[in-house]
Design a protein around this ligand. Structure first.
Ligand code: F6R
Ligand code: MG
Ligand code: MG
Length: 371
């Protein structure tokens, strides 16, 4: 049986009216490039959308993860799209393109990616979540809820297939040497939480069922560590398989209802609620946010994509959106104060250090008495 790979590769290559939305001409251009990719046999099928200012390429193929042809198709789409954007003077055209030449894989070159390969089940429902104005650690909370919290996922209690738990692969995004660790739930839930509660350091990379079946993949690319400076947040994506011995789609969506607080928002320097929205509201406005997540449902069918279903475009999430805006309003009153503004340890790659540098010679050992 031939395996199918889902590759979601994304980049901010420029946007309208500041960092708000991907312009239609870029979306149309990307669809044309993807269509050529299908015609030349590089990919099988695709869906192009935007999470705020991020261009999202959702692709299916049979070439496995990290495939050079698939990655090059995405890379060239971003490079050529950015060129079009520069001509039209859209904002921050080419922002996430951090390398001059393609070197076989988009990893480490600016774009973010999540990929997953599996043998298609009799029926294969999946969800693709795409967030704007936040970072990969934003998915730690909902992914934990989906696979390890019985108050979220009824199947962990009711369905014998879920009883043996899940295996989480965690990545320390701040180190290159030995970044990965595997932890098993429910046995190691407390150890797992001890790591993934630190959302700016430890991110969930993949989740497998106890028997080794892959079930979730999340992008963990951190732009600042590639560029060595702030170049926008690392707006993450996640691919999740649903049903038939895995959490149901409704259990997956339930994890986004809080809405929980994440790092990002204005200048990548603030915490705010992650609002689940439909694609039509995938547009960051107030204080460049609040951070948003869209969720598209597909059926993977013999290497093609049926759908999408715009899953957060539903009245069931109105209460979460209202709660999010109440939290956003409350947090905004704190202005430049922590914890609304991030701790300075998490501001290393923002523009704050340049401001602090200017003041450093004015500190004195003695208390200063102004004359
Ligand atoms: C956050 C983001 C925006 C910008 C902000 C300043 O990820 O992209 O909040 O940081 O709008 O943008 P510049 O520096 O381009 O004026
Ligand atoms: Mg942008
Ligand atoms: Mg973005």
């Amino acid at each position: 049986m031939v395996e199918t790979t889902i590759s979601v590769i994304k980049a901010d290559i420029g946007s309208l009216a500041g960092h708000m939305i991907v312009p239609d001409f870029i979306l149309e251009f990307a669809r044309k490039e993807m269509k050529k990719g299908v015609e030349t046999g590089v990919i099988n099928d695709f869906h192009v959308t935007n999470a705020g200012d991020d261009l999202e390429l959702i692709m299916t193929h049979h070439k496995g993860e990290g495939n050079a042809e698939v990655h090059e198709l995405a890379w060239n789409t971003f490079v050529k799209g950015a060129e079009l954007g520069r001509k039209k003077k859209i904002y921050a055209a080419g922002q996430d393109i951090l390398a001059d030449t393609f070197s076989g894989n988009v990893k480490g070159m600016g774009p973010g990616s999540a990929e997953m390969t599996f043998e298609e089940r009799k029926s294969e429902p999946i969800a693709v979540f795409m967030a704007d104005k936040t970072e990969p650690g934003a998915f730690n909370y909902p992914i934990y809820k989906i696979y390890a919290d019985p108050f979220n996922t009824a199947g962990l209690v009711i369905d014998p297939n879920l009883h043996d738990g899940f295996r989480f692969v965690i990545q320390d995004v701040r180190v290159d040497d030995k970044p990965f660790v595997e932890l098993k739930t429910p046995e190691e839930s407390y150890d797992l939480l001890a790591l993934i509660g630190s959302t700016s350091k430890y991110t969930i990379k993949k989740v497998y069922r106890h028997d080794g079946m892959v079930t979730a993949a999340i992008s963990t690319d951190k732009l600042c560590y590639i560029a060595g400076k702030y170049v926008g947040k690392d707006d993450p994506v996640a691919i999740i398989r649903a049903h038939s011995g895995l959490p149901a789609m409704g259990e997956i969506l339930e994890a986004f209802t809080l809405p929980h607080l994440v790092a990002g928002w204005m200048r990548g320097s603030h915490i705010g609620p992650l609002i689940p929205v439909g694609v039509k509201d995938s547009r960051c406005t107030r204080f460049d946010g609040p951070p948003r997540v869209i969720g598209l449902g597909f059926q993977v069918s013999n290497g093609t994509l049926l759908g999408p279903v715009d899953m957060f475009e539903d009245v069931a999430f109105d209460i979460s959106r209202k709660r999010a805006m109440e939290a956003a309003d409350y947090l905004r009153r704190h202005g430049p104060f922590m914890p609304h503004r991030l701790h300075e340890n998490d501001m290393e790659y923002t523009t704050l250090p340049a401001v602090l540098e200017k003041l450093k010679d004015r500190f004195s050992a003695e208390e200063i008495v102004p004359k």
